[in-house]
Ligand binder design. Structure first.
Ligand code: ZN
Length: 87
C-alpha cells in the first residue's frame, strides 16, 4: 500500500512523472524534469519552496529538461497539483 508520506508530485511546480520525490518522508534527491528542483537539496522548507517557485515562474516557467516536456502541457493545470502543504 502506498504510504501517505510518499510524494510523487513536485512541491514546487506540481509536475509528476511517477517518480517519488519523497519516500516515507525522506527526500530521494531526484531532480524535477519541469522546474529543476531537487528534493532534499533545495528549498526544503515552505518558505524556500515558495521562493524557488517564484523564481521559476518569474523566469517564464521554463522546462528544465526540454525532452521531457509533454506537448499538451498546461502550466496552470499543473500547478494545481502542488500538494496543499507546499502552496
Ligand atoms: Zn518541479
Amino acid at each position: 500500500m502506498r504510504s501517505v508520506e510518499d510524494e510523487d508530485v513536485c512541491r514546487v511546480c506540481g509536475y509528476t512523472d511517477g517518480s517519488q520525490f519523497f519516500e516515507d518522508t525522506w527526500p530521494t534527491h531526484i531532480i524535477c524534469d519541469c522546474c529543476g528542483w531537487e528534493s532534499g537539496t533545495q528549498a526544503l522548507g515552505l518558505e524556500g519552496t515558495r521562493e524557488y517557485r517564484g523564481l521559476w515562474l518569474g523566469q517564464g516557467a521554463e522546462w528544465f529538461s526540454r525532452g521531457a516536456r509533454p506537448k499538451d502541457r498546461d502550466v496552470l493545470e499543473q500547478v494545481r497539483n502542488i500538494p496543499a502543504h507546499s502552496r
